[in-house]
Design a protein around this ligand. Structure first.
Ligand code: HEM
Ligand SMILES: *[C@@H]1O[C@H](CO)[C@@H](O)[C@H](O)[C@H]1NC(C)=O
Ligand SMILES: *[C@@H]1O[C@H](CO)[C@@H](O)[C@H](O)[C@H]1NC(C)=O
Ligand SMILES: *[C@@H]1O[C@H](CO)[C@@H](O)[C@H](O)[C@H]1NC(C)=O
Ligand SMILES: *[C@@H]1O[C@H](CO)[C@@H](O)[C@H](O)[C@H]1NC(C)=O
Length: 318
């Protein structure tokens, strides 16, 4: 009896330690690396000055990281030997700007070696990407650990741009994210660009009755068909995700209401009354969008991973 009680107590203490070691906090590096955040921000700024597509890339990279194995920087690992990493998985087409994270890591390691995880650097860089594009700022909870596993095949668990609303909802709820989170985080598509392959289902052979998705605005459809002909030969052809692809605003939702979104998964947000009401709310008020986006980003970037270490180099396990 006493032994059972004791082991129960031990178990409780042990699991609370485990739990608290996983809880993230805003002041995590205050003692150990107080300049980490400003250093990362400066590196992101520099990257962005050379290449305006850097913020979109960092935001999408963080989303991919968190959706596969939790936010554990698995997206940053390079393939090694016979192991193909997430980076080299099928939906990697728009992932780029890994060098920005590597540069930030180098700077931070110089100040406080072995302290700041790559997963935290990516979460902070994604926040900076939003701020530097004119979007809202928030405090990022930190304390993530870096994982040791990255498999190309796992990326098949990311939501596809052809998903309908029930598939999207399922993909998000499997990660503890709600319908509100789905609609708010889809607002990430206010930044960036898509290759033709990600929306070709909507503009060629949509179904056996029509080539073009009837829910798409006809002039947008015509423009996309011009940019992306059926047998497109132009490498990196594609379209911006909204009319202001380097500005973090609510133009994505306004366009969406006019049938001017790029992916089926965007258009799908109009197919239930609940999600459509949220789209309308965010189209009408940028402040409400910002508030919801921040809340949902903090949730997404807290999806816990099985990380165990602070990588020395973000592309390789220690
Ligand atoms: C709801 C499910 C989602 C789907 C199906 C989806 C799908 C896609 C696809 C297919 C692309 C274009 C890839 C290409 O062809 O180049 C893309 C781009 C992008 N996505 Fe998403 N996405 C989703 C959610 C998110 C979330 C939650 C975020 C961040 C909060 C995000 C941020 C971005 C950004 C910033 C880009 C542009 C990347 C660039 O220009 O480099 N997406 N997304
Ligand atoms: C995407 O994967 C392909 C091979 O599957 C690889 O050649 C390419 O370099 C990868 N892209 C990035 C950005 O890692
Ligand atoms: C890759 O993932 C798919 C779907 O998630 C699964 O059916 C397949 O068996 C996996 N392949 C490998 C080699 O793990
Ligand atoms: C979404 O697609 C899945 C798989 O094709 C299908 O089973 C489901 O009925 C669809 N849901 C809606 C709302 O269209
Ligand atoms: C083609 O579309 C018609 C109606 O639009 C439908 O009845 C028919 O089953 C479809 N055929 C195939 C092969 O999908």
């Amino acid at each position: 009896m006493a032994a059972t009680l004791l082991s129960l107590l031990t178990l409780t203490i042990f699991s609370s330690i485990l739990h608290s070691s996983k809880a993230l906090s805003v002041n995590y590096y205050q003692q150990t690396c107080p300049k980490a955040e400003s250093t990362i921000t400066n590196v992101v700024k520099k990257g962005m000055m050379n290449d305006r597509t850097v913020p979109a890339a960092l935001l999408r990279m963080h989303f991919h990281d968190c959706f596969i194995r939790g936010c554990d920087a698995s997206v940053l690992l390079n393939s090694k030997g016979s192991n193909k990493a997430e980076k080299d998985g099928p939906p990697n087409i728009s992932l780029h700007a890994f060098y920005v994270i590597d540069n930030a890591k180098k700077e931070v390691e110089k100040m406080c070696p072995g302290v700041v995880s790559c997963a935290d650097i990516l979460a902070l860089a994604a926040r900076d990407a939003v701020v530097l594009s004119g979007g809202p700022r928030w405090d990022v909870p930190k304390g993530r650990k870096d994982g040791r596993i990255s498999r190309a095949n796992d990326t098949l668990q990311l939501p596809f741009p052809t998903f309908n609303i029930s598939q999207l909802q399922q993909s998000f709820s499997q990660r503890g994210l709600s319908i509100e989170d789905l609609v708010a985080l889809s607002g990430g598509h206010t930044l960036g660009f898509s290759h033709c392959s990600s929306f070709q289902n909507r503009i060629h052979n949509f179904n056996n009755a029509t080539d073009v998705d009837p829910s798409m605005n006809p002039s947008l459809a015509a423009r996309l068909r011009q940019l992306c002909p059926m047998h497109n030969k132009v490498k990196n052809a594609g379209a911006n995700l909204d009319s202001s692809p380097t500005v973090f605003d609510n133009a994505y939702y306004k366009a969406l209401l006019q049938g001017k979104s790029i992916f089926s998964s965007d258009q799908a947000l109009l197919t239930t009354s609940r999600t459509k009401a949220l789209v309308s709310k965010f189209a009408a008020s940028q402040e409400e969008f910002y508030e919801a986006f921040v809340k949902s980003m903090i949730k997404m970037s807290s999806i816990s991973g099985g990380g165990t270490e602070i990588r020395r180099n973000c592309g390789a396990v220690n």
